[in-house]
Design a protein around this ligand. Structure first.
Ligand code: ADP
Length: 483
């Protein structure tokens, strides 16, 4: 006899109902899990599945529950009540589940829609920025070429197309030098200077029968990890500027040359007057004569400097290169200037290692550079100060670095960029009375000479803490490395 065969009173009926409800709830949980894969699992045998969208109250009872109900000895009305209670419970739970899932689905859909809108907006903004940047680059007067790490062109603006005489559509994705006929142009784009230094070449323009001068300045493009990913070159047509420079240089050298002749005559006349062979001079006259002679000397020095600079700028100076030990040039210059430094109470020493490679340079011109740098150091260093001239092989061994360090008054930070420009005299008042005033051209000449040798010049200084002027000279001369 099974428990279901026992006739039920009202209390027993309630107990059976409770058992069935618990069994049903467990069955519901299991049913929910299995429904994911087996939607027809709870249908009575032979029953058809409910169409989608049917009321949850019509949900069929799980077979286990129906079986229990059949075995229970319930009257028809009890079964009906139990069935109604269970059906209500099923509907409630299913409705709650459906509403929770719907709610979750709505939330996910809303979130995804919001995210998609943000992405779309960002895409449009980026596109607008890209178009704006490209419009600016397209309208630039300078040519702009961007190449990737393999040297293939990734961007070329119309000005670059014109300057290089190439077609953008044919060049994109290909090496910049591929298909270039002009040999000079080829050498120009073949080795863009990666250190960003400006590079200039002259091109013979076939159409206009005139020379074109292009200047390129390059910069390496790095990603956020500092890895080189390409290079950008800005090309400028400096033909007109070069022509103006040439006219100016010609004018300056012409005028200064013409000024020299009367100056020489004046100098001789004053010398004769000073020797008193043209008559005895009073003390006041002698004084005036000495002032005139000093200023004449200064004028002469300025004219010589101007003439020198004009020639250097016009690249009309031929260097007389010869294998030279830089130590010997330094020693010689120091010996010449030591008496002057000592008279001012300034110590001048040279520190040069013996083992330095011989350099191919013009010794007279490098002596001119050193004379100017050491001369300035003597002028701007007070008594009891010191000047040290050093030479050493720079890191990498490709250059020799020569420096002149003083313990003088130093240079203000804001004045440093102007220093190598023409006619810059920053601290003229700091010299000793009676000392010859400079021309303000010395450092400009010095820079031209160093650059003509293929080197660089720079200065490190702080006001009140002395200065260090340094220049580098390549171990192999530029002509040796050509090709
Ligand atoms: P100048 O012939 O007048 O000396 P330079 O071109 O040689 O012309 O120098 C330009 C200016 O740079 C100087 O007038 C001076 O103000 C500054 N200068 C150059 N060297 C030094 C130095 N060692 N210490 C301080 N100032 C310097």
């Amino acid at each position: 006899m099974s428990i279901l065969d026992i006739p039920l009173g009202p209390m027993q009926f309630m107990a059976v109902t409770a058992v069935v409800v618990v069994a049903f709830t467990v069955a519901m949980i299991l049913s929910y899990i299995s429904q994911q894969n087996r939607p027809l699992g709870y249908l009575r045998r032979g029953e058809r599945p409910e169409p989608a969208g049917e009321s949850p109250a019509d949900e069929p009872l799980p077979p286990a529950v129906l079986q229990e109900m059949e075995h229970a000895r319930l009257s028809a009305s009890q079964r009906q009540r139990l069935s109604a209670v269970l059906s209500g419970l099923v509907s409630q739970q299913v409705a709650a589940k459906v509403s929770a899932v719907k709610h979750e689905l709505n939330r996910v859909v809303e979130e995804k829609t919001r995210e998609a809108m943000v992405v779309k907006q960002k895409y449009h903004d980026t596109l607008a920025h890209k178009e704006q940047t490209e419009a600016v680059l397209r309208s630039m007067a300078e040519g702009l070429v961007v190449v990737n790490q393999q040297g293939e062109v990734v961007f070329l603006n119309p000005a670059a197309e014109k300057l290089l005489g190439v077609d953008k559509q044919e060049k994109l994705g290909k090496p910049l030098n591929e298909g270039l006929q002009d040999e000079q142009l080829l050498s120009f784009v073949k080795q863009p200077s990666a250190d960003g230094r400006e590079k200039e070449i002259e091109l013979d323009s076939k159409q206009a029968q005139s020379k074109r001068v292009l200047r390129s300045s390059n910069a390496v493009i790095e990603d956020e990890h500092g890895k080189t990913v390409g290079m950008v070159s800005v090309l400028t047509d400096v033909t007109k500027q070069r022509e103006l420079d040439r006219l100016k240089s010609d004018f300056v050298s012409g005028v200064t040359h013409e000024l020299r002749t009367p100056l020489v005559a004046m100098k001789h006349s004053l010398a004769v007057m000073g020797e008193a062979s043209a008559g005895e001079l009073s003390e006041t006259q002698k004084n005036f004569l000495s002032i005139t002679q000093r200023n004449l000397d200064r004028l002469n020095a300025m004219i010589n400097d101007l003439l020198d600079l004009a020639k250097l700028e016009a690249k009309k100076v031929e260097l007389r290169r010869e294998p030279t030990a830089i130590q010997a040039v330094i020693q010689r210059t120091c010996e010449t200037l030591r008496a002057w430094a000592t008279s001012k109470g300034v110590r001048l020493t040279a520190q040069t290692p013996e083992a330095l490679p011989a350099l191919s340079l013009d010794p007279a011109r490098i002596e001119q550079v050193l004379t100017n740098l050491i001369g300035n150091a003597v002028k701007f260093t007070p008594p009891d100060g010191s000047i040290t001239v050093e030479a050493k092989l720079a890191e990498g061994g490709g250059e020799v670095e020569v420096s002149v360090t003083d313990t003088g008054q130093g240079i203000a930070k804001e004045d440093l960029p102007k220093l190598f420009q023409k006619f810059q005299q920053l601290q003229a008042g700091a010299r000793r009375a009676g000392e010859a005033k400079g021309t303000g051209l010395g450092l400009a000449i010095t820079k031209e000479i160093v650059e003509l040798h293929g080197g660089r010049i720079w200065v490190e200084s702080e006001q009140g803490k002395g200065s260090r002027f340094a220049f580098s000279l390549p171990v192999a001369s530029p002509s040796d490395t050509k090709g």
